[in-house]
Design a protein around this ligand. Sequence first.
Ligand SMILES: [Cu+2]
Length: 332
Amino acid sequence: MRRRDLFRIGGGVAAVAGLVGADRWFKTRAARAAAPPPAAGLDCGADLGAASTYGSRFAPPSYLGAGARDALHTPPPPAPLAADVRRFELPVISTTLEVAEGQRVDTWAYGGTVPGPILRATVGQRMEVNLVNRTQGAHNVHFHGSHDVMQDGIERVAPGGSRLYAFEAGPVGLHPYHCHVPPYAWHLSRGMYGTLIVDPPGGRPPAHEFVLSLSGFDTDGDRHNDVYGWNGMAGYYERFPLKVPVGELVRLYLVNMVEYEPCASFHLHAQTFDLYRSGTSLTPHEHTDIVTLGQAERAIVEFRLPRRGRYMFHPHQSHMAERGAMGWVVAI
Ligand SMILES: [Cu+2]
């Protein structure tokens, strides 16, 4: 019997809910009604008490090989000439994504992937993003950051339509982009988000760079997340760790795109990092081992791993880590 099915048994529901910890906030309405609500203030960063090993509940589809999704965490090189116009095609495509073994979600995907492509420009550089809506519903793309308000991306682009967004990239930092058609929580939870890296003139110091966007997936349509993953896949970085050389600078671009929950965090084991909130300053705001991010909030973190080994990372929200969002950085 699956754990969720226990909730459907009439007698003893409350006792069962008390035993299963994190699962009391998932699945059936009856189960949620039977469970006590989270205490005030505990919905952000709460450890809900589930006992299983981090990352063990959901694995990526078995057909995925090493490197299959590396493009989703590998930023393009910095823009070579700030004077050049950066042009990007951004089709919106309806597709189905297997976010974990046997867990399929209907998605609307920028460029056919979830997350959408990583865009990159130098501050002040002109960007032209051509969105083509190849789905049956209205969508658009709204960029965070500063830009001409007429290019803000809140108007609907009808099915079959297109829209060219033109603006100057800025400020320096890490800025998500996402659909803004209401109910946009639904559009985001179906995969309509990506990242824009805006480099300072001359770029940042050389580093091994990775983009990690955290999201949740509602696999049963109840507007609650069931599966979590970095870059759209549960357990991917547990099976295929990020690999970096010992002692060399590592830079992570982190974005929280989890819908239906107020915040999420990134925690690195066994090493601390410099934290640049939103990436808008070139001076670290803090040196720490965890950063908590509200919805659509982001950060750049930098660190060096001093010795060979596996360094775990995960949200400190245990239910997210246990349901797919645990991974490793391996120093070799
Ligand atoms: Cu949309």
